[in-house]
Structure formats: C-alpha cells, structure tokens
Design a protein around this ligand. Structure first.
Ligand SMILES: [Zn+2]
Ligand SMILES: [Zn+2]
Length: 300
C-alpha cells in the first residue's frame, strides 16, 4: 500500500505582484546639443514624449516607480520627484491625478533649471555624472524597500549630445557599477551615434537605439523602451548593431583602435612612453628590431 504523502506547507511564494519596476529617465537638456541649436522647439517635443512614456510606465502597474532627471551642462538634477514638496493638483479634464502631478512637476522643475542656467559657455552634458546620481538613487530605494519585495531597476538616457571620450573613465566606472547592481542602462540617441553609451548598454544588457526620425520619438520610446527587459525577449525589436568597443587613450582622450597598455595598471596610451603617467612605472625602451642577415647557402 502506498502512503500518500501530503505536500508540506509551502512557503508563500513571492508573486509578480510584489515586483516593482523603477524607471529612472535621464533627459539631456543641455542647450548645446545640435538638435536643440537647430530647433529649440525639439526640447518641448522631447519633454512631452518622455512624460508620455513615464505615465505609460506608471500605468502598467500600480507599484511601478518613476524618477526623471535633467542633465545639463553644469549640473544634473532630479526634476521628478522634485526637491520641493509635491504640487497640490486637482483632477483636470478627467486625467488621473498621478499623471497630472508627473507632468506639472517635471515641466515646472525643468523650466526653473533652464532659467537658472543661462551661461553662453558651451560645455558637454555631464551624462556620466547623471548616471552615477541615478545609481545612487536606485541604491537608496533598494535599501528602503519593504522586505521580500523585488525591485527591478533600469535607467533610460535620452540624449542628442555627441560622443565625447573626455568622460571615458567616468563612463566605464558607472557602467560596471550598474552591471554589478543589476541595473539595466538603455540609451535613446536622438542625433548622433554614441559609441561609449552603446558599450554601456552592451555591458548592462540594455537596449541602444539611434532614433531614425526625431518626429516619431514617442513611437520609438513606447515601442522599444516601455517594455520591461524580461518582456523584450518576446518582442521583435530593432536588430542589435555591432558594438564599437574602442577605448579612449588616457593621454589625449581620443578613441583608438590599437595602442599601448600599461602592464601594471592597464592604462591605455596611443604612443609609447617610458613612464606610465598613471602609476609611474618605468619601462625599458624597446630595442629597435635588428634583422639578422640570412646565411647564404653554399651552392654545391
Ligand atoms: Zn593619446
Ligand atoms: Zn601604469
């Protein structure tokens, strides 16, 4: 006779309802971007598209969390949730209050940031710093989440800036930190191809897309960047492009194909130097290659 074994009482499984998705959007608002210099109205379109994406993210699940940052030439700051206490908003035209708060707070704080920074000096956007701030914010939310809850975090960078290797080390530091913290970095390039940020997407399993037409920005955002990373496997998304894995030399901050690497600290240089400028190791100057004269065969 077989004994029927009753299943032991299962520990309560954490279902998908306990999973929270945190989306941090970094919007490049630097006025020196080429797209904004050509047509300043593009920023309004970008902001509206980003707000629509943000609200769609919140609409997917009640537990979903959101943060929006503006990345400027001299500073990066959170525009939603802002530093001030949340705006007191009443329902307008049947719109859900939470969506109205996102829209009003984002626009209000962004306008304040744009008015406060009116310098004429053109500097590049501090994207690496903004990603670092986003990672700190994610780490804080991770620490304060209720026990047992699962938090999936990702960062979406929307930028029209050009690729610059001057922040190479900062980029690599934030990319590998994000990889260690299981944070996915997605990049939506508006104007030019960005090889360093593309490397970041590849390192963190994120998606990189150079928008073919700026007019259709919202469609690309909703189609490519709204679905969560686990859902993306089931979708037919734009095919991945070959990642440009060139590194920047530490001497001139330029992307190079081949170069010299210090065997002690792994610093990269485009020209041979007898002393490593990073760790001060002294190397022997390689002796010039001498070609030995071939022995003549004696003909018999
Ligand atoms: Zn160099
Ligand atoms: Zn070195």
């Amino acid at each position: 006779m077989n004994n029927i074994v009753l299943p032991s009482e299962k520990t309560p499984e954490i279902t998908s309802t306990d999973e929270t998705s945190l989306l941090v959007i970094i919007l490049d608002s630097n006025p020196s971007q080429k797209t904004l210099r050509d047509n300043p109205h593009v920023l309004t379109q970008c902001v509206d598209s980003v707000i629509a994406l943000a609200n769609s993210h919140l609409m997917q699940k009640a537990q979903n969390k959101l943060a929006i940052m503006a990345c400027h030439s001299k500073t990066s700051q959170f525009i939603y949730p802002g530093p001030e206490k949340p705006l007191d908003v009443r329902q307008i035209d049947g719109q859900y209050e939470a969506f109205t708060i996102v829209e009003k707070t984002t626009k209000h704080n962004l306008a304040k940031l744009l008015l406060s920074e009116n310098s004429t000096v053109i500097t590049e956007s501090l994207l690496a710093g903004a990603i670092a701030m986003a990672l700190c914010y994610i780490a804080r939310i991770q620490r304060t989440k209720p026990p047992g809850a699962k938090l999936n975090s990702r960062i979406l960078v929307v930028t029209g800036s050009g690729s610059s290797a001057s922040q190479y080390m900062n980029y690599m530091n934030v990319f590998f930190t994000a990889q260690k913290q299981n944070v996915v970095i997605d990049v939506c390039a508006l104007d030019q191809h960005l090889s360093l940020l593309q490397q970041g997407c590849d390192i963190t399993n994120g998606l990189y897309l150079k928008v073919p037409q700026l007019q259709g920005l919202l469609q690309y955002l909703l189609w490519v960047f709204l679905p969560e990373p686990p859902v993306r496997e089931k979708l037919v998304l734009p095919p991945p492009v070959k990642v440009d894995y060139r590194a920047a030399c530490f001497c001139h901050r330029e992307l190079i194909d081949t170069g010299y690497v210090c065997s002690v600290c792994l610093s990269i240089f485009c020209k041979f130097s007898p002393i490593c400028t990073t760790c001060h190791t002294v190397f022997k100057v390689p002796a010039p290659l001498t070609v030995k004269p071939k022995k003549k065969k004696i003909k018999i």
